[in-house]
Design a protein. Sequence first.
Length: 366
Amino acid sequence: MAITAADVKKLREMTGAGMMDCKKALTETDGDFDGAVEFLRKKGLATAEKKAGRIAAEGIVATVLSDDNKTATIIEVNSETDFVAKNEVFQTYVNGLATQINNNDYADMAAFMAAKSDIDSASTVEEYHKAMVAKIGENLTIRRFEKITGDVVVSYIHMGGKIGVLVEAQADQTGDAITEAMKNVAMQIAAMNPQYVSRDEISADTLAKEKEIVVDSSLADPASLPKPILNAVITEAIESGKWNDEDKAAYEEQKNNKFWYNFISDEGMQVLRDIASDHKAEYLENKIFSGLVEGRFAKHLKEICLVDQTYVKAEDKENVKQYVEKVAKETGSNFAIKSFIRFETGEGLEKKNEDFAAEVAAQMGQ
């Protein structure tokens, strides 16, 4: 598969990795973006674990909650400009779509678009949407929606519709204290972007893959390797002749400097990564290295699992699980977080580069 400059640019925006690294990752994975992100993570080259990519498209996320607080819908509708996203007509339209979804059951987007519009009964949702596109004068996209039902559900909108969150909880009794706690958890989700409620949701295959990524990314960061292993890797780089004379001299001069790696060439650092990777099986038997990996893996799980995250509003560094358990005890309720949905406007979409001066000049024939 031919790798285009646009592909490389997109992957770079998704991961923060260098252009050449992105090109190599796409080439190695035959243009598969998920595979390329994993490739870069294993090499320690992705600066952010963002499957979706840079937030670039405009629009809003809206939520609607039923009167009994048991059912809620979240929807994302994209526009071309932020100006339209802030328009009251557009926002009212999006809320109308969310309300219709919340009041009905649709198997998927196709079923929803084919349904009669609650806003205009003479049209389908798709027909009315086309009319709104014509009225507003911009391309609008109903991108996605989800609906959840439970004992109690809350919604939270952050940054004027840039981020929306739904949280579903188990609770044998409800009240202001439970609702407030769920709102706090929703704010946590909006800010910290966990991927799972708890580790119990993560499949064995996913855990194994995540562990492998931690191992490979650790080997790809020579400067952080345990000293005995690092010394062995450097010795092999020197004695095998894989390091050139400049890197050897730089290391000899700077080896007592804790930032010695800043004086080694990019090629020289890659040699260390390759050597460490070649000894992967051996190093996994090393107690120091395996301990380092376990520590990093535990930290990673803490970041992606909601209940393990440090509760952002806590003064005593309690985690979300401890906070929820405290609220359950105080209210005498069988209270626990069951699921959540988080939408961020424009995830995975790329906004076009607009040069308004050039556009005006073109329209004027200049």
